[in-house]
Design a protein around this ligand. Structure first.
Ligand code: TXA
Ligand code: MG
Length: 348
């Protein structure tokens, strides 16, 4: 398949390109588009065939469901049974990096939801995604636009290297601002009323969610390794997550001790290091990747996936990164890194 790569620059040309992209989607094709989190591999969310094509292009098992992207949060009600709590979440966080799991309506095919009775809905906050969704008269189903086994793409080059020849069009909208996938919550009920289960942490933090819904429960698989035979609440947590080819080890401990450890490791072996700005002057500039200042979690989120791709291209025998804090945006970084490291943490 020929993949057309479109760079978004001029607003008038953009309109023509986005109409072409919408035509491709309408006729069952695949279009990669930028969002504020990561790039998405889009297909018509109402079409079983499009969902099948997405799974094939990505090399992803077809029981790992897709998120449908809508132009306006209120559209959720066309495809799912949204209620009052959804409306409050939408008012607070949409458009934005939040995905909400809702009971699906019949127009959403089981192929899109991986056979589930629920559907994931998201309204992205990115001008190109927004303009594309505006010209589509259907929801756009889109997983992250990486090959299964690669980190989510945060710029068009990542997509081009993973998906050229596998999709009809790639829309290059530059770097994704956030760099980590959306927060996913499921609306649940028990005797005490409604609550949210956090299935995947992201830029909408637990504290922010708590402002809208008092009870937010973090699903086990966010922080811990699933036990043998344990079924996760989100199918995505079941599959082997992205892990670099070179073993990744997370370091935890007093900053001075961790720095001394890294200095020694640089002498003894060939290692790649995802380091903090504060450490840079004291480390050898060899396979050294700057994730951001120690307290600048926003920059760390923005750079993480790209640097993991880069570090994995080196000839190092091991990659070191810091164990992030487990609160705020740190929880999202923690969740991605701990899975990429297969829960390997070295306490120093
Ligand atoms: O930021 C994002 O969410 C990006 C952009 C493109 O929107 N999309 C994304 O999609 O990360 P994907 O498919 O790579 O991750 C979606 C996750 C998967 O782990 C999937 O298992 C879970 O959402 N998911 C989707 N539908 C679900 C459902 N009905 N119930 C539980 N989990 C669901
Ligand atoms: Mg993904």
């Amino acid at each position: 398949m020929q993949t057309k790569v479109i760079r978004i620059t001029d607003p008038i040309e953009t309109e023509a390109h986005l109409n072409e992209a919408a035509d491709i989607l309408r006729s069952g094709g695949l279009v990669v588009f930028p969002t504020e989190t990561v790039y998405g591999l889009g297909g018509n969310g109402l079409s079983q065939e499009a969902a099948e094509k997405i799974y094939a292009a990505k090399g992803r098992p077809s029981n790992n469901p897709l998120i449908i992207h809508v132009h306006d949060p209120a559209e959720a009600d066309k495809y799912a049974f949204a209620g009052d709590l959804y409306d409050r979440l939408a008012a607070a966080f949409m458009p934005g990096p939040l995905t909400v799991i809702l009971p699906k309506r019949d127009n959403i095919p089981y192929a899109t939801t991986g056979g589930l009775e629920t559907v994931a809905v998201r309204c992205p906050d990115h001008p190109v995604a927004h303009a594309l969704l505006a010209v589509c008269d259907f929801p756009v189903a889109a997983p992250s636009a990486n090959l299964s086994g690669s980190p989510s793409p945060t710029c068009a080059d990542h997509v081009i290297s993973d998906l050229t020849g596998r999709v009809d069009m790639i829309i290059d909208g530059g770097q994704c601002e956030i760099g980590l996938e959306s927060t996913i919550v499921k609306i649940d009920h028990d005797k005490e009323g409604e609550y949210l289960t956090l299935l995947r942490p992201g830029a909408i933090t637990c504290d922010a969610l708590t402002c809208v819904c008092e009870r937010v429960i973090i699903a086990n698989a966010v922080l811990e390794q699933l036990k043998e035979g344990e079924r996760p609440l989100s199918p995505g947590m079941m599959y082997k997550h992205y892990a670099p080819k070179i073993p990744l080890v997370l370091l935890d401990g007093d900053p001075a001790d961790v720095l001394a450890f890294l200095q020694k490791e640089q002498k003894d072996k060939s290692c790649a290091i995802l380091c903090y700005l504060e450490e840079m002057p004291q480390l050898k500039d060899e396979n050294l990747f700057l994730v951001g200042a120690r307290d600048d979690l926003v920059t760390q989120a923005h750079t993480l996936f790209s640097l993991l791709r880069e570090a994995d291209k080196t000839s190092a025998s091991i990659i070191y990164a810091h164990l992030p804090p487990r609160d705020g945006l740190g929880l999202a970084l923690y969740n991605r890194l701990i899975r990429a490291a297969a829960h390997t943490v070295k306490n120093i």
